[in-house]
Design a protein around this ligand. Structure first.
Ligand SMILES: Cc1ncc(COP(=O)(O)O)c(C=O)c1O
Length: 392
């Protein structure tokens, strides 16, 4: 954080690295001012509007005076019941809507607040890198100490559970994981979750699993960590309607899992916010009740974009693995070009904005993340322009 002139930022705010997208945004802004036609594949925010039927439910919900008051705490029973039905249908896991589910103002909010419930100053928390930056800030805000573990191609972007168990999780009391993974696009198996939960139970470690992309898949549906034995004792999982239903602006998600962990998070939230807007709960409830018909077309669209972009980049000599989930492409440009240099050249020579892998953590150096948030004609245009860059 840069320093203010009049008031000094708190130590916890000063501890945070510069916000990931600020520098890229500055370069993008400059290009826009110069009249460049920018194709923005930077931020992971869908270009596809929220499905019409969900918007219609929202419009009607606005007319219900009950929704004009504080929603408070864990919100409407009907919404939590619907989350439980969805969870049973999708993962074959039964959740108690009274104790094991808590609606969130977007999963980011829940993730950011969760360590406040269980981490004391100086406590260690395992945090992946490269990763969504909120795990790191959440740990810092709680006064915890992030202990980073690297996600690399060699390990399939998964932590090595055996060595974690051997080291007693490096003395950490909590660990963040995220599958399907942003930024790498990697997925994990139920076996990985099983092994991790066994080790976490043995070492008394809380597993906080960010499942924000669980419904953006193009092969086998990704598992929930709550499917494996023992997870309900030591894990919490964060879900989001943002990408699943193209609802990023609505701020809707939920935490579920161990009743103890969910109640800790609720205890923090009760002192910070007053719940999810009732009309958003109604619309979210409706969206989940129409899961298959609303999400299948979105998956189809992203799958087409993913194939188009990944085939195109490979043809141009970029290196990338198979991606079967999320709407991100994690790729290395030709010629061993560094992340920052490659982003700069893509903006200045092609008008294509993406995110430098190094911004997600040191192991992201050399990679770029493309978010497939533009239609196929724009992706084709982006590929044409990227193809004209000489990387030697
Ligand atoms: C990995 C990951 N987790 C959580 C979130 C937050 O999503 P939400 O909109 O539910 O707050 C994002 C958003 O980009 C994300 O990439």
């Amino acid at each position: 954080m840069s320093q203010n002139e009049r008031f000094e930022f708190s130590e916890r705010l000063k501890l945070l690295p510069p916000y990931l997208f600020v520098e890229v945004d500055r370069m993008k802004q400059k290009a826009v001012e110069e009249g460049v036609d920018i194709i923005n594949l930077g931020v992971g925010d869908p270009d596809i509007p929220t499905p019409g039927p969900v918007r219609e439910v929202m419009v009607r919900a606005l007319e219900n005076p009950v929704n004009h008051q504080y929603p408070m705490g864990k919100g409407k029973k009907s919404y939590r019941d619907q989350i439980a039905d969805f969870f049973k249908m999708r993962f074959d896991v039964s959740l108690d809507p009274g104790k094991e589910i808590h609606p969130l103002i977007g999963s980011k909010e829940g993730i950011a607040h969760f360590p406040l419930a269980f981490i004391n100053p100086g406590d260690k928390v395992l945090v992946p890198e490269p990763a969504y930056p909120v795990y790191n800030s959440a740990v810092r805000f709680a006064g915890g100490v992030p202990v980073y573990f690297s996600l690399t191609e060699d390990n399939g972007f998964l932590p090595d559970v055996d060595s974690l168990a051997e080291s007693g999780f490096d003395g950490a009391g909590m660990m963040f994981i995220n599958y399907p993974n942003n930024p790498t696009g990697a997925s994990c198996s139920t076996d990985f979750f099983r092994k991790l939960i066994e080790a976490a139970l043995e070492h008394k470690v809380i597993i906080a699993h960010d499942a924000a992309y669980s419904e953006m898949y193009y092969a086998d549906p990704p598992p929930s960590i709550l499917q494996v034995p023992g997870a309900m004792e030591t894990a919490v999982e964060f879900h989001s309607l943002s990408k699943t239903f193209s609802m990023t602006g609505w701020r809707s998600g939920w935490a579920c899992g161990s009743a103890e962990l969910v109640s800790g998070l609720a205890g923090i939230k009760d002192n910070i916010d007053s719940g999810v807007f009732g009309a958003v709960q109604d619309a979210s409830e409706y969206a989940l009740s129409k899961y298959e018909e609303l999400t299948a077309p979105l998956r189809k669209t992203y799958n087409r974009r993913l194939t188009l972009m990944s085939d195109g980049l490979r043809r141009l000599g970029w290196k990338l693995g198979e991606i079967s989930a999320t709407f991100y492409i994690w790729a290395r440009p030709p010629g061993n070009t560094g992340s920052a240099e490659a982003v700069k050249r893509l903006i200045s020579e092609a008008g294509v904005v993406c995110t430098p892998g190094s911004g997600f953590g040191p192991s992201g150096e050399g990679y770029l993340r493309f978010a497939l948030t533009r239609d196929e004609s724009r992706i084709n245009e982006a590929l044409d322009r990227i193809g004209r860059i000489s990387w030697q």
